[in-house]
Design a protein around this ligand. Structure first.
Ligand SMILES: [Zn+2]
Length: 470
């Protein structure tokens, strides 16, 4: 795509600010339902009130002494949730928001709140309401889903009643009222409330903020279904639901910049664009848009596997999404071989700078998310090089292993990398990804050498076999 060097630097910066909550909310073990027993009949009704607040009513199948609404996020519920039911309060117990009768001898089976749109405002925590366009919003269902005693979200049916003339959209459903809805995923979802979605193809339902510049809306409308189609074909399975894409546009308060942020849930992704560089089509803005959309779309397939715990490193899925995105961009003809080489080189160089004298786990623990992307891509690119089908081939194997094992962690990543790359390669890759690096570039050369020696052994074996045929 012939980007000049200065543009490439800006692109690198934009990648660095591409904050992606992504799979943070997804973990194995959170999903266990009550297995279809009668206790799963709980329902929550969200009714939009004139003025913007929502009335939220829980109807439980039996009397309970308390209801666990989930982690306490900086006393967000104390600010935003007003209890309407007399004699009941929200208390914080062991870091969780718990609804209980003030008189602890009592029990309840219904409870109602008025919930304002006050923000949670914490990094890596989805907002309950995310504005989308002048008149719309995304609701994250996770904050309305109660938890059971064993640390799993309880299955619950949602009834959603927006004001007249507005719609609820989720996956392929677009309806004035959502009744008795349960996600087909064992994970929360976004519900869009507002005008009917502007993008309604068989393979994608999307909502684009009406303030979004036309070229961006057109580009996303053309490009996103193409990326989704490509990934479906390469991974060999379609998503379990019609995917949703939500695009919000924040205007041009930073002229010359193209800021991109995104996050992904199973079969749903959201992108947020800010900065003056989005106003007019340019190779620079196109590049960021396509790379960002491809990255978030890659997450949709990655959600087929879940980490064992919150401790699984972010570089696995963030770097993996960048690796998959780069491969996709080349395959679809948006990037040439030179763009790919340049992007990989930039990721490597940025990773080396950050990694000098420190380990990748230490960088991630300090919250240096750029390392998760740049070092993550570098590691994933190497695993992809070892695999005959590249990044998507590696991730297909990794996902199927993770599903078989019930989750993934860094150990599983190296194990799968070793299946094609050999034990020496897997070990060198692990050292690069885990240990403090005095000279990161040399550690990476060791990984590449292990990979090359494997290829050399293989082709030597191949020639001997051929010689034997004669
Ligand atoms: Zn991401």
């Amino acid at each position: 795509m012939g980007l000049s060097q200065s543009v490439v630097r800006s692109v690198a910066f934009a990648f660095a600010v591409a904050v992606c909550v992504a799979l943070a909310a997804l973990q194995v073990g959170r999903a266990k339902s009550a297995g279809g027993t009668r206790s799963s009949q709980a329902a929550v009704t969200l009714r939009e009130l004139p003025g913007g607040a929502w009335r939220v009513t829980y109807d439980l199948p039996r009397d309970v002494a308390q209801l666990d609404l989930g982690p306490n996020f900086g006393d967000y519920r104390a600010r935003a949730w007003r209890v309407r039911t007399g004699g009941v309060e929200i208390a914080v117990e062991e870091g969780r928001d718990v609804v209980r009768p003030i008189d602890r001898r009592r029990r309840f089976n219904t409870i109602s709140f008025d919930v304002s749109k006050a923000a949670i405002g914490l990094p890596r925590v989805y907002e309950t309401f995310t504005p989308l366009g002048a008149n719309g919003a995304l609701i994250f269902t996770g904050h309305f889903q109660p938890w059971s005693g064993d640390g799993a979200r309880r299955p619950i049916a949602f009834n959603v009643e927006p004001l007249d003339g507005r719609f609820v959209s989720v996956f392929d459903e677009v309806t004035p009222r959502l009744e008795n809805w349960r996600s087909r995923f064992d994970n929360p979802a976004f519900l869009y409330i507002g005008d009917a979605p502007s993008m309604r193809g068989p393979g994608l339902v999307g909502v684009v903020d009406s303030a979004t510049p036309d070229w961006v809306a057109q580009e996303v409308g053309a490009f996103a279904p193409e990326v989704i189609g490509y990934l479906s074909a390469r991974f060999g399975w379609t998503l379990q639901a019609t995917p949703n894409l939500f695009v919000s546009y924040g205007g041009d308060e930073t002229p010359g910049r193209a800021m991109f942020e995104g996050d992904a849930l199973p079969a749903q992704f959201r992108i947020g664009l800010r900065g003056g560089a989005w106003e007019r089509r340019s190779p620079f803005a196109e590049h960021i848009l396509r790379a960002g959309v491809a990255h978030e779309a890659a997450h949709l397939w990655q959600t087929a596997a879940r980490p064992f715990s919150e401790d699984a490193p972010d570089w696995i899925h963030e770097g993996g999404a960048d690796s998959i995105a780069a491969e996709t961009l080349v395959a679809l003809g948006w990037w040439g071989a030179q763009d790919l080489r340049r992007r990989r080189h930039m990721a490597k160089a940025a990773c080396f700078r950050m990694l000098r004298g420190v380990s990748l786990p230490a960088l991630e623990a300090r919250g240096e998310i750029a390392a998760s992307y740049d070092c993550g891509q570098t590691i994933n690119d190497l695993a992809a090089r070892a695999h005959p089908e590249g990044a998507i081939g590696f991730w297909k194997d990794f996902i199927s292993r993770a599903r078989a094992e019930g989750g993934y962690d860094a150990d599983l990543f190296f194990e799968v990398a070793g299946e094609h790359g050999g034990p020496q390669f897997a070990d060198a890759l692990r050292r690069f990804a885990i240990l403090p690096q005095a000279r990161p570039s040399e550690a990476l050369l060791a990984v590449e050498a292990a990979l090359d020696s494997r290829s050399a052994t293989r082709s030597a074996a191949g020639s001997i076999a051929k010689a034997g045929d004669h």
